[in-house]
Design a protein around this ligand. Structure first.
Ligand code: UD1
Ligand code: CA
Length: 485
């Protein structure tokens, strides 16, 4: 999480191997999308974990896959290319996953094995580095388990301590009796083991439990039974180790991560009026003195420059907002808005929208593949598609760029300092020269030369007395007859 701000260590830890568990089915999500691919702050769950693993710069990283193997393998190749992939066989359970990963480690490796879960995405590299250090400080300890005291312990394995407070074993929620279920210390699913003892105990795991799986957690009890010392080290903030098994946990975790991201930007100088309704993806960047108003989502790789005001009720995906721009009640994707420009309220910016400095895309305006030059304005009720507008031009209210002839999309090119009348239709392909004017209601089918006025409306004819003759007895006819005009 937030690994973009965590420096990757420059010295590889030659004594560390990391195993990322990502082979589970994620049945509790009840989803056709693999659990670990559900998005969290704009990135798949697994990508958060892979970024953390990457930041630790271990000598070996192994990711264990099985369900939806190909789709996850693609993500691993992108996010953590140095990871080896191991395919879990049909024997289920976290213990089996680790057993197979350990078998894939090079024979000459004899260091520590850190096991992390693909579904525990908020755990960061700094917390893990401390955890590894805590384990290594005590040479006599065979394994260290990260534990936590969350407010809701449901579903987690419980840390069972002996009378003297020492760590005895882990019991899974489903296997726990009533006394064990009230234990408030849980297993975070993050462990560090000395390799040889881990290997010995993995060989002894059975599937003799409620879920019929080889539990990695049983290794702890086995180590203890063999006389080895095991420690549980609680993490300070339980939210760091929140696991995602179902969609309620997904939204809880997303809200927590968002709160952390929003606070981070606030401390970096961004005004966020209502953190609860403001969502910022991990990859977005905001300059200081940006203001985000309630109901705003800054998604994907959106960047917002200093002094810009975004919101209320605005969603921007992969957009670039210039210095001092204002974007109000707008939905935008892949749009670039220049410095000092204004957008909205109620604008729909589709991919390829580019608005120059001090330009305007106003109310009820939709744009797509539209390059609108510096100082140019499309203030009201218009569609601008596949168009280029020069600088300091004004597009009249209610204008449609008719870019689609039913088969192909055609371009329109409007020059600079152009003034087009209200309710025009530009039938593309079309060119309007610099400084040209068009009259209200013009359907522009032919190119207009620079400096020309284009009009094509038919002369208006008023048929005096038509209503009283043709609509006698109506309110309109009565109103007309009583009118002094
Ligand atoms: C696990 C722990 C539990 C702990 C919790 C913390 C076990 C038996 N239980 O429970 O004590 O409190 O995590 O979040 O380990 N996986 C595989 N192969 C499998 C099964 C799972 O690689 O055969 C992976 C999953 O993709 C997942 C991780 O291991 O990333 C954990 O599996 P999951 O089924 O979610 O375990 P929990 O029930 O959450
Ligand atoms: Ca889990």
């Amino acid at each position: 999480m937030c690994e973009s701000t965590v420096e990757r260590t420059t010295v590889t830890d030659s004594r560390l191997a990391i195993i990322v568990l990502a082979a589970g089915q994620g049945t509790r999500m009840k989803s056709s999308l693999p659990k670990l691919m559900h998005p969290l702050a704009g990135l798949p769950i697994i990508s958060h974990v892979l970024a953390t693993a990457r930041a630790l710069d271990a000598a070996h990283v192994i990711t264990v896959l099985r369900h939806e193997r190909e789709r996850l393998a693609e993500l691993v190749a992108l996010d953590l290319p140095e990871s080896l992939l191991v395919d879990q066989d049909e024997i289920p359970g976290t213990g089996r996953a680790v057993e197979q990963a350990v078998a894939a480690l090079p024979a000459d490796f004899d260091g520590d094995v850190l096991v992390i879960s693909g579904d525990v995405p908020l755990l960061n590299a700094a917390t893990l580095a401390n955890f590894i250090e805590a384990h290594r400080e005590r040479a006599e300890v065979s394994a260290t388990v990260l534990s936590a005291f969350p407010t809701d312990v449901t579903g987690y394995g419980r840390i069972i301590r002996s009378d003297d407070g020492g760590f005895d074993r882990i019991v899974e929620h489903k296997d726990a009796n009533d006394d064990e279920r009230v234990v408030d210390e849980i297993n975070a699913g993050v462990y560090i083991f000395g390799l040889s003892e881990l290997r010995d105990q993995l060989a002894r795991l059975t599937t003799d439990n409620v879920q019929g799986e080889k539990y990695l957690t049983d290794v702890i009890g086995l180590l203890r039974a063999a006389g080895s010392e095991v420690r549980a080290v609680p993490v300070a903030d339980a939210w760091l180790v929140a696991g995602i098994n179902d969609r309620a946990q997904l939204s809880d975790t997303a809200a927590k991560l968002n709160a952390v991201i929003v606070r981070g930007w606030q401390l970096a100088g961004v005004t966020v009026q209502d953190p609860a309704t403001t969502w910022i993806d991990l990859k977005a960047t905001l300059a200081n003195d940006v203001t985000l108003l309630p109901g705003t989502q800054i998604l994907g790789s959106t960047t917002v420059a200093t002094g810009a005001i975004v919101g209320p009720d605005t969603t921007l995906l992969d957009c670039e907002i210039g210095e001092g721009a204002t974007v109000k009640r707008t939905d935008g994707t892949l749009a670039v808005i220049g410095a000092g420009a204004t957008v909205g309220p109620f604008a729909y910016l589709r991919p390829g929208t580019w608005l120059g400095a001090d330009g305007k895309i106003g109310t009820f305006v939709e744009t797509k593949n539209a390059v609108i030059g510096e100082g140019s304005k499309v203030p009201h009720l218009s569609y601008v598609g596949d168009a280029t507008v020069g600088v300091h031009s004004n597009i009249g209210a209610g204008t449609i760029f008719a870019n689609y002839d039913g088969v192909t999309k055609n371009p329109s090119v409007i020059g600079s300092h152009v003034r087009t009348g209200s309710h025009n239709v530009f039938v593309a392909p079309i060119r309007i020269g610099d400084g040209a004017y068009t009259g209200a209601g013009t359907v522009v089918r032919k190119d207009v030369q620079a400096g020309a006025l284009a009009i094509n409306v038919a002369p208006q004819r008023n048929m005096v007395g038509w209503v009283e003759t043709n609509r006698p007895g109506t309110d309109a006819a009565t109103a007309a007859s009583q009118s002094g005009d």
